[in-house]
Design a protein around this ligand. Structure first.
Ligand code: SIN
Ligand code: CO
Length: 384
Protein backbone atom coordinates (compact mmCIF):
# COMPACT_ATOMS: atom_id res chain seq x y z
CA UNK A 1 0.00 0.00 0.00
CA UNK A 2 1.32 3.44 -0.96
CA UNK A 3 1.06 6.17 1.66
CA UNK A 4 1.03 9.67 0.20
CA UNK A 5 2.10 12.72 2.17
CA UNK A 6 1.78 16.09 0.46
CA UNK A 7 4.42 18.25 2.15
CA UNK A 8 2.50 18.01 5.45
CA UNK A 9 -0.71 19.34 3.87
CA UNK A 10 -4.13 17.79 4.22
CA UNK A 11 -5.89 16.73 1.02
CA UNK A 12 -8.25 19.67 1.48
CA UNK A 13 -5.33 22.12 1.81
CA UNK A 14 -3.78 20.70 -1.33
CA UNK A 15 -7.06 21.09 -3.23
CA UNK A 16 -7.54 24.65 -2.00
CA UNK A 17 -4.02 25.86 -2.66
CA UNK A 18 -2.65 23.85 -5.59
CA UNK A 19 -5.23 21.74 -7.49
CA UNK A 20 -5.68 23.39 -10.92
CA UNK A 21 -3.81 26.42 -9.60
CA UNK A 22 -0.07 25.95 -9.40
CA UNK A 23 2.58 23.26 -9.75
CA UNK A 24 3.99 21.64 -6.65
CA UNK A 25 7.07 19.60 -5.90
CA UNK A 26 6.18 16.99 -3.30
CA UNK A 27 9.53 15.93 -1.93
CA UNK A 28 9.42 12.40 -0.54
CA UNK A 29 5.69 12.09 -1.30
CA UNK A 30 6.15 8.36 -0.90
CA UNK A 31 8.76 7.15 1.58
CA UNK A 32 10.70 3.96 0.69
CA UNK A 33 8.94 3.91 -2.67
CA UNK A 34 8.90 0.51 -4.33
CA UNK A 35 8.36 0.30 -8.07
CA UNK A 36 5.30 -1.86 -8.82
CA UNK A 37 6.90 -3.15 -12.01
CA UNK A 38 10.25 -3.37 -13.79
CA UNK A 39 11.35 -1.73 -17.04
CA UNK A 40 11.31 -5.21 -18.60
CA UNK A 41 7.67 -5.74 -17.59
CA UNK A 42 6.83 -2.34 -19.03
CA UNK A 43 8.49 -3.32 -22.31
CA UNK A 44 6.44 -6.53 -22.27
CA UNK A 45 3.23 -4.48 -22.04
CA UNK A 46 4.42 -2.28 -24.91
CA UNK A 47 4.45 -5.39 -27.13
CA UNK A 48 0.69 -5.90 -26.67
CA UNK A 49 -1.63 -4.88 -29.48
CA UNK A 50 -4.33 -3.60 -27.12
CA UNK A 51 -1.98 -1.37 -25.12
CA UNK A 52 -1.12 2.12 -26.34
CA UNK A 53 2.62 2.80 -26.27
CA UNK A 54 5.17 5.20 -27.72
CA UNK A 55 8.91 5.37 -27.96
CA UNK A 56 10.51 8.80 -28.19
CA UNK A 57 14.16 9.38 -29.03
CA UNK A 58 16.15 12.61 -29.06
CA UNK A 59 19.59 11.81 -30.41
CA UNK A 60 21.56 14.98 -31.14
CA UNK A 61 18.46 17.12 -30.90
CA UNK A 62 16.62 15.03 -33.49
CA UNK A 63 13.24 14.19 -31.96
CA UNK A 64 11.44 11.10 -33.23
CA UNK A 65 8.28 9.38 -32.00
CA UNK A 66 7.39 5.77 -32.80
CA UNK A 67 4.12 4.09 -31.98
CA UNK A 68 3.74 0.64 -30.48
CA UNK A 69 3.09 -2.21 -30.29
CA UNK A 70 6.82 -2.95 -30.45
CA UNK A 71 8.37 -6.20 -31.60
CA UNK A 72 11.83 -5.21 -30.47
CA UNK A 73 13.39 -2.42 -28.45
CA UNK A 74 16.39 -1.58 -30.61
CA UNK A 75 15.27 2.08 -30.54
CA UNK A 76 15.29 2.09 -26.74
CA UNK A 77 18.96 3.01 -26.74
CA UNK A 78 21.29 3.35 -23.73
CA UNK A 79 20.71 7.09 -23.71
CA UNK A 80 18.29 9.70 -25.19
CA UNK A 81 15.25 7.45 -25.33
CA UNK A 82 11.93 7.02 -23.53
CA UNK A 83 9.32 4.30 -23.68
CA UNK A 84 5.82 5.41 -22.61
CA UNK A 85 2.94 3.04 -21.94
CA UNK A 86 -0.61 4.29 -21.42
CA UNK A 87 -3.28 2.95 -19.02
CA UNK A 88 -1.00 0.45 -17.29
CA UNK A 89 -3.45 0.36 -14.36
CA UNK A 90 -5.91 -1.40 -16.70
CA UNK A 91 -3.50 -4.30 -17.15
CA UNK A 92 -1.24 -4.55 -14.14
CA UNK A 93 -2.96 -4.77 -10.71
CA UNK A 94 0.14 -3.89 -8.62
CA UNK A 95 0.66 -0.76 -10.77
CA UNK A 96 -3.05 0.10 -10.37
CA UNK A 97 -2.44 0.36 -6.62
CA UNK A 98 -0.51 3.56 -7.32
CA UNK A 99 -3.83 5.26 -8.07
CA UNK A 100 -5.20 4.52 -4.61
CA UNK A 101 -3.44 7.42 -2.80
CA UNK A 102 -4.89 9.86 -5.34
CA UNK A 103 -8.45 8.66 -4.89
CA UNK A 104 -9.28 11.69 -2.76
CA UNK A 105 -10.13 13.12 -6.19
CA UNK A 106 -13.46 11.90 -7.64
CA UNK A 107 -13.47 8.73 -9.73
CA UNK A 108 -14.75 10.41 -12.83
CA UNK A 109 -11.82 12.86 -12.92
CA UNK A 110 -9.22 10.08 -12.82
CA UNK A 111 -8.13 8.78 -16.20
CA UNK A 112 -5.21 6.39 -16.13
CA UNK A 113 -1.70 5.58 -14.99
CA UNK A 114 0.89 6.16 -17.69
CA UNK A 115 4.35 4.75 -17.07
CA UNK A 116 7.55 5.80 -18.78
CA UNK A 117 11.04 4.35 -18.78
CA UNK A 118 13.79 6.75 -19.82
CA UNK A 119 17.47 6.24 -20.40
CA UNK A 120 19.88 9.11 -19.54
CA UNK A 121 18.93 12.38 -21.34
CA UNK A 122 15.69 10.74 -22.48
CA UNK A 123 12.37 12.61 -22.27
CA UNK A 124 9.55 13.82 -24.45
CA UNK A 125 10.83 17.41 -24.53
CA UNK A 126 9.17 20.60 -23.32
CA UNK A 127 5.40 20.38 -23.67
CA UNK A 128 1.99 21.30 -22.24
CA UNK A 129 -0.69 18.85 -21.18
CA UNK A 130 -4.42 19.59 -21.24
CA UNK A 131 -4.96 17.72 -17.99
CA UNK A 132 -3.68 17.73 -14.43
CA UNK A 133 -1.01 15.15 -13.72
CA UNK A 134 0.93 13.81 -10.76
CA UNK A 135 4.31 12.51 -11.92
CA UNK A 136 5.86 10.09 -9.47
CA UNK A 137 9.55 9.35 -9.64
CA UNK A 138 10.29 5.66 -9.39
CA UNK A 139 13.62 4.00 -9.97
CA UNK A 140 16.46 6.35 -10.98
CA UNK A 141 16.63 10.12 -11.14
CA UNK A 142 15.16 12.59 -13.56
CA UNK A 143 15.56 16.34 -13.71
CA UNK A 144 12.27 18.12 -14.15
CA UNK A 145 11.55 21.75 -14.99
CA UNK A 146 8.03 23.16 -14.66
CA UNK A 147 6.77 26.62 -15.56
CA UNK A 148 3.55 28.59 -15.19
CA UNK A 149 0.93 28.83 -17.95
CA UNK A 150 1.95 31.41 -20.54
CA UNK A 151 -0.36 32.03 -23.49
CA UNK A 152 2.52 33.54 -25.50
CA UNK A 153 4.45 30.23 -25.57
CA UNK A 154 4.38 28.78 -29.06
CA UNK A 155 3.67 25.11 -29.62
CA UNK A 156 5.07 23.19 -32.59
CA UNK A 157 5.17 19.60 -33.82
CA UNK A 158 8.71 18.23 -33.53
CA UNK A 159 7.78 14.99 -35.19
CA UNK A 160 4.27 13.99 -36.18
CA UNK A 161 2.52 13.23 -32.89
CA UNK A 162 5.15 14.96 -30.75
CA UNK A 163 3.89 18.39 -29.84
CA UNK A 164 6.40 20.55 -28.01
CA UNK A 165 6.50 24.07 -26.65
CA UNK A 166 9.26 26.67 -26.87
CA UNK A 167 11.66 27.22 -23.97
CA UNK A 168 10.01 28.50 -20.81
CA UNK A 169 11.00 29.93 -17.46
CA UNK A 170 10.90 27.32 -14.71
CA UNK A 171 9.50 27.86 -11.24
CA UNK A 172 10.42 24.27 -10.31
CA UNK A 173 13.77 22.90 -11.41
CA UNK A 174 14.64 19.77 -9.50
CA UNK A 175 16.30 16.38 -9.80
CA UNK A 176 13.57 14.00 -8.68
CA UNK A 177 14.52 10.95 -6.67
CA UNK A 178 12.54 7.82 -5.96
CA UNK A 179 9.30 8.71 -4.12
CA UNK A 180 9.32 12.40 -5.11
CA UNK A 181 6.19 13.64 -6.89
CA UNK A 182 5.39 16.59 -9.12
CA UNK A 183 1.88 17.95 -9.38
CA UNK A 184 1.37 19.82 -12.66
CA UNK A 185 -1.90 21.62 -13.45
CA UNK A 186 -3.15 21.82 -17.05
CA UNK A 187 -1.28 24.19 -19.34
CA UNK A 188 1.94 24.39 -17.28
CA UNK A 189 4.95 23.81 -19.54
CA UNK A 190 7.22 21.04 -18.31
CA UNK A 191 10.11 18.85 -19.36
CA UNK A 192 11.98 16.02 -17.70
CA UNK A 193 15.24 14.35 -18.71
CA UNK A 194 16.54 11.20 -17.10
CA UNK A 195 19.82 11.50 -15.24
CA UNK A 196 20.04 7.73 -14.92
CA UNK A 197 17.69 4.99 -16.12
CA UNK A 198 14.38 6.15 -14.69
CA UNK A 199 10.81 4.98 -14.26
CA UNK A 200 8.09 7.63 -13.97
CA UNK A 201 4.43 7.10 -13.13
CA UNK A 202 1.92 9.69 -14.35
CA UNK A 203 -1.48 9.75 -12.71
CA UNK A 204 -3.56 11.48 -15.36
CA UNK A 205 -6.96 13.13 -15.12
CA UNK A 206 -9.88 13.79 -17.43
CA UNK A 207 -11.68 17.04 -18.09
CA UNK A 208 -14.11 17.04 -21.01
CA UNK A 209 -14.33 20.13 -23.19
CA UNK A 210 -17.55 21.65 -24.49
CA UNK A 211 -17.30 20.03 -27.89
CA UNK A 212 -16.90 16.54 -26.35
CA UNK A 213 -19.89 17.24 -24.12
CA UNK A 214 -22.18 18.61 -26.78
CA UNK A 215 -21.44 15.91 -29.34
CA UNK A 216 -21.91 13.12 -26.80
CA UNK A 217 -25.10 14.73 -25.46
CA UNK A 218 -26.44 15.06 -29.02
CA UNK A 219 -25.74 11.35 -29.64
CA UNK A 220 -27.61 10.52 -26.44
CA UNK A 221 -30.60 12.63 -27.43
CA UNK A 222 -30.77 10.74 -30.74
CA UNK A 223 -30.32 7.31 -29.09
CA UNK A 224 -33.09 8.07 -26.60
CA UNK A 225 -35.33 9.47 -29.32
CA UNK A 226 -35.69 12.61 -27.23
CA UNK A 227 -35.58 16.20 -28.47
CA UNK A 228 -38.83 16.09 -30.41
CA UNK A 229 -40.09 19.48 -29.18
CA UNK A 230 -40.29 21.82 -32.19
CA UNK A 231 -39.89 25.56 -32.47
CA UNK A 232 -43.18 27.44 -32.33
CA UNK A 233 -44.12 31.14 -32.36
CA UNK A 234 -47.83 31.54 -31.76
CA UNK A 235 -47.26 35.18 -30.80
CA UNK A 236 -45.57 36.12 -34.08
CA UNK A 237 -46.20 39.75 -35.08
CA UNK A 238 -45.49 41.70 -38.23
CA UNK A 239 -41.92 43.01 -38.33
CA UNK A 240 -40.12 45.86 -40.06
CA UNK A 241 -37.55 43.50 -41.51
CA UNK A 242 -38.24 39.92 -42.53
CA UNK A 243 -34.53 39.22 -42.92
CA UNK A 244 -33.72 39.56 -39.24
CA UNK A 245 -33.47 36.76 -36.69
CA UNK A 246 -34.63 38.91 -33.82
CA UNK A 247 -33.82 38.65 -30.12
CA UNK A 248 -37.10 36.86 -29.33
CA UNK A 249 -36.42 34.22 -32.01
CA UNK A 250 -32.92 33.70 -30.65
CA UNK A 251 -34.04 33.28 -27.08
CA UNK A 252 -36.81 30.87 -28.06
CA UNK A 253 -34.27 28.65 -29.89
CA UNK A 254 -31.86 28.91 -26.97
CA UNK A 255 -34.68 27.94 -24.62
CA UNK A 256 -35.49 24.93 -26.81
CA UNK A 257 -31.89 23.79 -26.51
CA UNK A 258 -31.61 24.58 -22.80
CA UNK A 259 -34.78 22.64 -22.03
CA UNK A 260 -33.05 19.47 -23.23
CA UNK A 261 -30.02 19.99 -20.97
CA UNK A 262 -32.38 21.00 -18.16
CA UNK A 263 -34.33 17.77 -18.54
CA UNK A 264 -33.00 16.18 -15.34
CA UNK A 265 -33.68 12.57 -16.29
CA UNK A 266 -32.16 12.86 -19.76
CA UNK A 267 -29.18 14.91 -18.59
CA UNK A 268 -28.31 12.68 -15.62
CA UNK A 269 -28.60 9.47 -17.59
CA UNK A 270 -26.37 10.89 -20.31
CA UNK A 271 -23.84 12.37 -17.88
CA UNK A 272 -23.29 9.15 -15.94
CA UNK A 273 -23.11 7.11 -19.12
CA UNK A 274 -20.69 9.55 -20.75
CA UNK A 275 -18.37 10.11 -17.78
CA UNK A 276 -18.11 6.40 -17.09
CA UNK A 277 -17.11 5.50 -20.63
CA UNK A 278 -13.65 3.95 -20.79
CA UNK A 279 -11.11 5.54 -23.12
CA UNK A 280 -8.66 2.69 -23.25
CA UNK A 281 -8.94 -1.02 -23.98
CA UNK A 282 -9.52 -3.11 -20.88
CA UNK A 283 -8.18 -6.42 -19.65
CA UNK A 284 -11.52 -8.00 -18.72
CA UNK A 285 -12.21 -11.69 -18.28
CA UNK A 286 -15.96 -12.36 -18.66
CA UNK A 287 -17.03 -15.53 -16.88
CA UNK A 288 -17.24 -18.60 -19.10
CA UNK A 289 -20.03 -20.02 -16.94
CA UNK A 290 -22.23 -17.03 -16.33
CA UNK A 291 -23.74 -16.71 -12.85
CA UNK A 292 -27.52 -16.58 -12.46
CA UNK A 293 -28.74 -13.76 -10.23
CA UNK A 294 -31.06 -16.02 -8.24
CA UNK A 295 -28.19 -18.34 -7.32
CA UNK A 296 -25.58 -15.67 -6.58
CA UNK A 297 -25.56 -16.44 -2.87
CA UNK A 298 -25.04 -20.15 -3.55
CA UNK A 299 -22.06 -19.45 -5.82
CA UNK A 300 -20.17 -16.84 -3.80
CA UNK A 301 -19.03 -17.28 -0.22
CA UNK A 302 -19.76 -14.41 2.17
CA UNK A 303 -16.02 -13.92 2.84
CA UNK A 304 -15.06 -13.92 -0.85
CA UNK A 305 -13.61 -10.64 -2.07
CA UNK A 306 -15.19 -8.78 -4.99
CA UNK A 307 -12.57 -6.73 -6.85
CA UNK A 308 -13.19 -3.97 -9.33
CA UNK A 309 -11.10 -4.71 -12.42
CA UNK A 310 -8.34 -2.20 -13.29
CA UNK A 311 -9.58 0.85 -15.19
CA UNK A 312 -13.31 0.17 -14.57
CA UNK A 313 -15.10 3.50 -14.14
CA UNK A 314 -17.82 3.35 -11.51
CA UNK A 315 -19.94 6.42 -10.65
CA UNK A 316 -23.33 7.14 -9.20
CA UNK A 317 -25.82 10.00 -8.91
CA UNK A 318 -28.90 10.46 -6.77
CA UNK A 319 -31.79 11.49 -9.00
CA UNK A 320 -35.45 11.62 -7.91
CA UNK A 321 -35.01 9.23 -4.96
CA UNK A 322 -33.20 6.74 -7.14
CA UNK A 323 -29.56 5.87 -7.68
CA UNK A 324 -28.25 6.04 -11.22
CA UNK A 325 -25.23 3.75 -11.18
CA UNK A 326 -23.01 4.18 -14.23
CA UNK A 327 -20.27 1.66 -14.90
CA UNK A 328 -18.14 1.72 -18.04
CA UNK A 329 -20.78 3.42 -20.13
CA UNK A 330 -23.84 1.49 -18.87
CA UNK A 331 -26.35 3.06 -16.48
CA UNK A 332 -28.44 1.06 -14.00
CA UNK A 333 -31.26 2.23 -11.71
CA UNK A 334 -31.22 1.11 -8.09
CA UNK A 335 -33.42 2.04 -5.13
CA UNK A 336 -31.92 4.77 -2.95
CA UNK A 337 -32.05 2.64 0.17
CA UNK A 338 -29.15 0.57 -1.20
CA UNK A 339 -26.78 3.53 -1.37
CA UNK A 340 -24.37 1.98 1.12
CA UNK A 341 -23.93 -1.10 -1.07
CA UNK A 342 -23.76 0.94 -4.30
CA UNK A 343 -20.94 2.95 -2.72
CA UNK A 344 -18.99 -0.27 -2.26
CA UNK A 345 -19.06 -0.65 -6.05
CA UNK A 346 -18.01 2.95 -6.70
CA UNK A 347 -15.97 4.17 -3.73
CA UNK A 348 -14.02 1.00 -2.99
CA UNK A 349 -11.82 -1.02 -5.34
CA UNK A 350 -12.63 -4.21 -3.39
CA UNK A 351 -15.07 -5.38 -0.72
CA UNK A 352 -16.31 -8.62 0.74
CA UNK A 353 -19.44 -10.27 -0.68
CA UNK A 354 -20.85 -10.18 2.83
CA UNK A 355 -20.94 -6.38 2.72
CA UNK A 356 -23.29 -6.25 -0.29
CA UNK A 357 -25.60 -8.96 1.02
CA UNK A 358 -28.12 -6.50 2.55
CA UNK A 359 -28.94 -5.29 -0.99
CA UNK A 360 -29.38 -8.73 -2.53
CA UNK A 361 -33.08 -8.74 -1.72
CA UNK A 362 -33.36 -5.96 -4.31
CA UNK A 363 -33.81 -7.50 -7.74
CA UNK A 364 -32.19 -4.58 -9.59
CA UNK A 365 -29.10 -4.62 -7.37
CA UNK A 366 -28.73 -8.39 -7.54
CA UNK A 367 -29.18 -8.40 -11.32
CA UNK A 368 -26.72 -5.51 -11.77
CA UNK A 369 -24.06 -7.14 -9.62
CA UNK A 370 -24.50 -10.44 -11.47
CA UNK A 371 -24.11 -8.71 -14.85
CA UNK A 372 -21.02 -6.83 -13.65
CA UNK A 373 -19.41 -10.06 -12.43
CA UNK A 374 -20.41 -12.01 -15.55
CA UNK A 375 -18.88 -9.29 -17.76
CA UNK A 376 -15.63 -9.34 -15.77
CA UNK A 377 -15.94 -5.72 -14.62
CA UNK A 378 -15.85 -7.03 -11.06
CA UNK A 379 -14.28 -10.37 -10.22
CA UNK A 380 -14.56 -12.72 -7.31
CA UNK A 381 -11.48 -13.75 -5.43
CA UNK A 382 -12.01 -16.76 -3.24
CA UNK A 383 -11.35 -16.12 0.43
CA UNK A 384 -8.48 -18.30 1.61
C1 SIN B 1 7.16 11.18 -19.15
O1 SIN B 1 7.02 10.44 -18.17
O2 SIN B 1 8.17 11.17 -19.84
C2 SIN B 1 6.12 12.15 -19.57
C3 SIN B 1 5.23 12.56 -18.49
C4 SIN B 1 4.64 13.92 -18.77
O3 SIN B 1 5.35 14.83 -19.09
O4 SIN B 1 3.42 14.10 -18.68
CO1 CO C 1 3.47 16.01 -19.66
Amino acid sequence: MYQLSINGMTHQEFLENYWQKKPLLIKGGFTDFEDPLTAEELAGLAMEEAIESRLVTNHEGNWQAHHGPFEDFSKLTDSHSTLLVQAVDHWHPPAAELLAPFRFIPNWRIDDLMISFSTPHGGVGPHLDQYDVFIIQGQGKRRWRVGLPDASLKQFAKDKALLQVEQFEAIIDHELESGDILYIPPGCPHEGYAVENALNYSVGFRAPDQKDLISSFADHVIDEEAGKLRYSDTDLNLRDSIGEICEDDKSRVRELLNSLVNNEALYSHWLGTFLSQPKHDMDLAPLEDALVADFLEDEINPEDVINRAGGVRALYQLVDNEILLSINGETYRIAEKHLEQVKLLTDETFFSFNEVKPALNCLEFKQTLTTLINDGLYYVEAWS
